[in-house]
Design a protein around this ligand. Sequence first.
Ligand code: CA
Length: 698
Amino acid sequence: MPHTTFFRFLLLSWIILGASGCDTKDGLEPGSGEHIRIVSQAVDDARLVNADETPGDWLSYGRNYQENRYSPLNQITKSNINELGLAWSINLGTTRGIEATPIVVDGIMYLTGPWSIVYAIDARKGEILWIYDPEVPKGYGEKACCDVVNRGVALYKGMVYVGSLDGRLIAIDAASGKKAWEIITVDQTQAYTITGAPRVVDGKVIIGNGGAEYGVRGYVTAYDALTSEQLWRFYTVPGNPTDEFEDQAMAEAAKTWTGEWWTMGGGGTAWDAMAYDPRLNLLYIGVGNGSPWNREIRSPGGGDNLYLSSIVALNPDNGELVWHYQTTPGDSWDFTATQHIILANLEIEGFLRKVLMQAPKNGFFYVLDRTNGEFISAEPYVYVNWAKRIDYQTGRPVETSFSRYVDANVAIMPMAGGGHNWQPMAFNPKTGLVYIPAIERSMIYGQPKNWKFNKDPRHWNVGIGFDEEKPVIKNPQTDKRYGKLIAWDPTGQKAEWVVNHPNDWNAGVLTTEELVFQGNAAGNFVVYDAETGKELWSFPLQTGIIAAPSTYSIDGIQYVTIAAGWGGAGGTKDLYTDQLNPGAIYTFVTGGNENPPEFPKHPPKKLIDLAFEATEEALNHGGELYRKCSVCHGGGNLPDLHYSSAEIFDLFPRIVGEGLFLGKGMPNYGDRYSDQDILDIKHFILSEAQKRRTANYD
Ligand code: CA
């Protein structure tokens, strides 16, 4: 029979057998507590090190320790891609961004949603087994720069590990969904948040944190996976030199800083990327931006400010620094090097090199020797104007004359969101290409006037401004704004093919032998030809997509799962689809023909029209305060207040000043804003809506 028919037959047999209570290969009832206990306990060090030997499971965030997000599963191919259809879906009913990669072991899936909530799913049936809600205090959302997202869990010896937004590391029993232990990994009075997936290396859970937009000092910590005992902590930037430095790495780093950076945190938060080479026994960590962003403020005498925007290689036994490579010395742009790190072996100039690859925010694609951190090559993967190139002798960027925006307001590219953000890329050893979800977009950087660090941990402290007395530097290229999927040849350091997206905030990537899978802002899950970039298949998921998919097999059949849920840094500001629907999980299989979830139709948007009286001065004051509101209510995944109902405006003083909607994540501003402040904000929004109505703007 033709193979598509054969897969239909397999699927059918599976449904029939499944209905009659077929056993797993261990003879256990699939999805039963005992089955989950046994399959999750089997995820041990050997399984994690040899993840490539069990491609039917997706055991950790990047699938293997190389984090290449390449799956050798090859039932879904170019020739049968038209048969790919929906096996099942689950409407999670969530309203914020979903960034998690589904982790799967023997058909049991673990995924996280907004507010660090963990879902365990029986992927055979598409049914939720348990939900673990860490009950993050909703006021904590205000300390999160980029939505209340979470990128997923780690599995180890029967436990599911998640980092919660409020800085806890939680171990959950994989079978029961009950908490085994939790430990607070941060000072919760500061603006620390966790959005990244923990990794497990040699019995240790490794977890970092975020918060460098607010004013914190970054670090990563290793805990004993079974006992929760803290084993080591590596700080990424030095503290106050009058205190004792924690280690030699901090003493060395302090020589590259000036001024009183520690009073503003310094930054360097390690909020996403990690990879591990078990043979070299090196754990690679991507380090974030400076806090504040602006080096003129943070380290006014200059300096490289180690280990900001660096890749650090640590000995996972004790957390000691082995080598470092700084992608952006003296970072002044939020150019984190926390972006996805992929390990591979590449033939370069006739030699097989053990390399580490990264496309950090700064716009250059780096290939480093991962044994010692030696620079091999770096070329721009998007338009770059802060640096002319990377000097191949020194491995350092050659900055342009205006890069530090001292004498002008400069449209810098890439922008703070990066040429590439957290959205995972993927490396395909068959094509030799790295598929990068990239961003072409600029941002104006300028020096602020009379800037002061604000110690309130809810306060955005980046130290960027616009000086009206200075000129603006920009060019036609910096006016462009779009996204792209780039197939990058890391040895030739050039794009093999590019697919342009009309919108700049798209999803993470998965690759298999012949295919590349990526969701996009418009809400379509798309499959491309890995060789040519030709679009082969597309499926509408009814809301914007940012998360990366994973693929796995159950009882010999290959599946692909992706979570849709619009949000994250770009998704709180903009909406690129008219379908802002709740978060949902979609699983695809060859021959699948289930219907997607149905969501209620949205009533047409209507600008609020309410009479009000306010002075010009009061409206200006409201407008000033509204800038804080617009960080979240700027037209993305949270309500655009210009379209709120009269009932909402009735409740406005209680929502803003009494925390009426705290349960939905709307902070209580009662401790900061007076009744008059709140009224001024309300009137400002009403006046803006009036302006839009007059201009026939809907
Ligand atoms: Ca940042």
